[in-house]
Design a protein around this ligand. Structure first.
Ligand code: ZN
Length: 172
């Protein structure tokens, strides 16, 4: 079943006791053969809540009851009109589009894509900087290696010196 209403949408109720009310969709409940919504401030029902533990209070709660999806129209976030959502495919993704102004209603999807792209770019930059650091390190290590080899050479030279050095050490 195609659902044209999603959590976070603003909808206009077009039938029932709350006809004409606007509200934000808090939940979409999909059943076998119906889709019901919980809309902020719409179809307020009173529930009697029984205390189940000693700390609980028995109370009457006013809360939103469900309404059928067919009783609402989505309100376009761009042109602010009650619309019949059109389903189309953009960049291989199924999206909901406003037939009146053409705005894509699935803002989350496009935002996420942007965020992901930005994140990817950042990681690429980080990689590049890491590479640069690595090359710098290797250069450094090369330098240190050459220095070490020089040191070794001098050491060898010292070792090759006649035994006078050793005897001198013994003397001390
Ligand atoms: Zn629109």
């Amino acid at each position: 079943m195609k659902v044209s209403v999603k959590v976070g949408d603003t909808v206009l109720v077009n039938s029932g006791k709350d006809s004409g009310k606007k509200g934000k969709v808090l939940a979409v409940k999909k059943n076998k053969d119906s889709v019901r919504l919980i809309v902020e401030g719409v179809n307020i029902i009173t529930k009697a809540k029984k205390a189940r533990t000693a700390q609980d209070k028995s109370e009457i709660i006013k809360t939103e009851g469900t309404i059928d999806v067919s009783n609402v129209n989505v309100i376009c976030s761009k042109c602010d009109k009650a619309i019949r959502v059109k389903h189309t495919v953009v960049d291989g993704k199924k999206v909901r589009v406003c037939p009146k102004c053409g705005a894509v209603l699935d803002v989350k999807f496009s935002k996420d894509a942007k965020v992901k792209k930005a994140a990817k770019a950042e990681t690429a930059e980080a990689k590049e900087t890491k590479k640069a650091e690595k090359t710098a390190k290797t250069e450094k290590s090369k330098v240190t290696k050459s220095v070490k080899s020089e040191e070794k050479a001098t050491k060898v030279a010292v070792a090759k010196k006649p035994q006078t050095g050793r005897s001198a050490q013994r003397g001390v």
